[in-house]
Design a protein around this ligand. Structure first.
Ligand SMILES: [Ca+2]
Ligand SMILES: [Ca+2]
Length: 431
C-alpha cells in the first residue's frame, strides 16, 4: 500500500516494512498507480501541481504545474493513457495525457467535486460532488453527464471518496485451427487492437548505454487485432511440416534434443515454408508477424524494458547469464510464465523471425503495423546477396539487456550459418 502525509510512503499490506518513497512534499494526495509501467502519480493541492515518479520514488517529474487551483481525486485511464482529476476551486473535472500534456476541461459548473474514478471496462468517469451531495458520471470526454445517486451525502456532508468495483471477465481468446492432414495447428492467442509506443522507451537504461540507434526514434504504431502463436514453433511442429512435405529443411538440434524445444537452425525462407504450409493446411492467412506486431505483443501493454518491469529477471526468461534461469541452451517452450497477454518466451529462448527487412533505424517506419519491406533492406556483408531480415526477442545466449522488448537482431534471409539461436513463431491475420 502507498500512503501520503508530507511525503509518500509505502508498506506491505499487513503494515510491515514502512518506507519513505518520496520525502518532503507540500501536501501530496490521491495516489494512482500504473503498475504495468512501475509509475506512481499524485496531485498536490497545496502546490497546485500533478507529479509522477517511479514506484520506487526515483525520477520525480512535474507533469502539470500551471493552471490548477486545487487538484484532487486523481485517477488514471491506463488504456486511454489519460489522467483525470477534480479541480475543487474552479469546480470542474479536467483531464490530460499521462505525460501532463493536453490539459482540458471536460465537465464544468460543478459545486464541490471531490473524487474521480474511472471505469475502464465501460469507459465512464464517475465523481462525487460534495457541494450538492451527488454522484455523477459521464463519458470520458465529459459528454452525457448523468446523476447516478442524488442526496448521496445522507448526513449532510459528502459524498467524498469514491471507489468502483468493476468485474473484468478474463476474455483472452485462444484457438487452434484444424489441419486438413489431421491434427491441430499451433495454439494461437488473439491479440487485441491498440496503439503503442515502439522502440527505446528506457533510454536511461540499456538501449541508451549499449548504444542501439536502430531502436530509435520511438514512434507510435497502431495495430489491428491479429493472432500470434502462444509459443515458439517447436521441433515437433516443424517435423509435422517436413513429414507432410511442406517443409524441405532438416534442422539440426546441436545435440540438445528436439520434441518440445523451439526449432532452431531455421532461416527466414525456412520459416516462410512453414507458414505457407500452415496456410494451405488451414485455409487461413498464416504468416510471420511484422516487427511492430511482435513488439506490441511482447510489451503486452507495458512500457518497461521487459513485460515484467525494469528489473533483471529472476527465472522469468531464458537468457545467457543474468536471468537466474537453469537452462544452458534452449528450454522447452513454456518453461516460464506467460506475459500479460498469455504469450510465452517473447523474451529470450530463441530469436524469432519477423517479416520485416532491417533498416538502420526507425526513421520512416510504418505506423500502421504493417511489415516494413519498402526501400532496400540492409544487406549482410558476409553473404553479400541476401536481404537482412529482423529477428526479435533475444535468445538463451544473450545477456538480459539482449532480451528486452525493444531489442532488434537481424540476419541474412538465406544464411545457413549462426542459426543455432534462431527460430520463430507464427502470426495469423483475423477477418
Ligand atoms: Ca539460460
Ligand atoms: Ca523467444
Amino acid at each position: 500500500m502507498y500512503v501520503t502525509a508530507r511525503g509518500i510512503f509505502r508498506a506491505n499490506l499487513d503494515g510491515s516494512d514502512v518506507e519513505t518513497i518520496v520525502p518532503s512534499l507540500p501536501g501530496p494526495q490521491d495516489i494512482a498507480l500504473d503498475v504495468a509501467n512501475s509509475m506512481i502519480y499524485w496531485v498536490d493541492p497545496q502546490s497546485d501541481k500533478i507529479h509522477r515518479a517511479r514506484m520506487d520514488g526515483s525520477r520525480v517529474e512535474d507533469l502539470v504545474t500551471s493552471g490548477l487551483s486545487q487538484p484532487e481525486g486523481l485517477t488514471l485511464d491506463l488504456q486511454g493513457r489519460k489522467m483525470y482529476w477534480a479541480d475543487a476551486l474552479t469546480r470542474k473535472i479536467q483531464r490530460a495525457n499521462l505525460d501532463g500534456s493536453g490539459v482540458e476541461d471536460i465537465v464544468t459548473g460543478l459545486r464541490r467535486p471531490y473524487s474521480v474514478a474511472f471505469d475502464s471496462i465501460n469507459r465512464m468517469i464517475y465523481w462525487t460532488d460534495e457541494g450538492v451531495g451527488r454522484i455523477q458520471r459521464a463519458n470520458p470526454d465529459g459528454s452525457s453527464v448523468e446523476t447516478v445517486v442524488d442526496r448521496a451525502g445522507r448526513g449532510g456532508r459528502g459524498p467524498f471518496g469514491l471507489v468502483l468495483e468493476v468485474t473484468v471477465q478474463p476474455r483472452r481468446q485462444t484457438f487452434s485451427d484444424t489441419l486438413t492432414s489431421g491434427g491441430q495447428g499451433p495454439e494461437m492467442v488473439v491479440i487485441p487492437a491498440g496503439t503503442f509506443r515502439m522502440g527505446c522507451l528506457n533510454d536511461d537504461g540499456d538501449c541508451g548505454s549499449h548504444g542501439f540507434p536502430q531502436e530509435k526514434p520511438v514512434h507510435q504504431v497502431s495495430i489491428r487485432s491479429f493472432a500470434l502463436s502462444k509459443y515458439e514453433v517447436t521441433f515437433d511442429q516443424w517435423e509435422e511440416c517436413v513429414s507432410a512435405g511442406g517443409c524441405t529443411h532438416h534442422p539440426g538440434d546441436q545435440g540438445w534434443g528436439r520434441g518440445n524445444r523451439p526449432v532452431i537452425n531455421i532461416n527466414w525462407h525456412d520459416a516462410q515454408e512453414y507458414v505457407a504450409w500452415l496456410s494451405a493446411q488451414t485455409g487461413e492467412d498464416y504468416r510471420l508477424p511484422s516487427e511492430a506486431e511482435w513488439e506490441y505483443a511482447a510489451r503486452a501493454g507495458t512500457e518497461t524494458k521487459y513485460s515484467w518491469g525494469n528489473d533483471l529477471p529472476s527465472n522469468l526468461a531464458n537468457c545467457r547469464s543474468d536471468c537466474g534461469d537453469p537452462f544452458g541452451h534452449t528450454a522447452s517452450v513454456g518453461s516460464f510464465p506467460a506475459n500479460p497477454w498469455g504469450l510465452h518466451d517473447m523474451h529470450g529462448n530463441v530469436w524469432e523471425w519477423t517479416e520485416d527487412c532491417l533498416h538502420s533505424d526507425y526513421n520512416g517506419a510504418p505506423t500502421d503495423g504493417r511489415a516494413w519491406t519498402s526501400r532496400s533492406c540492409l544487406r549482410r556483408a558476409q553473404d553479400g546477396v541476401s536481404l537482412e531480415r529482423v529477428l526479435r526477442g533475444g535468445a538463451y545466449d544473450y545477456p538480459a539487456y539482449g532480451i528486452r522488448s525493444a531489442i532488434r537482431g537481424s540476419q541474412g534471409e538465406n544464411d545457413r550459418r549462426y542459426l543455432q539461436n534462431d527460430g520463430f513463431r507464427v502470426a495469423r491475420s483475423l477477418p
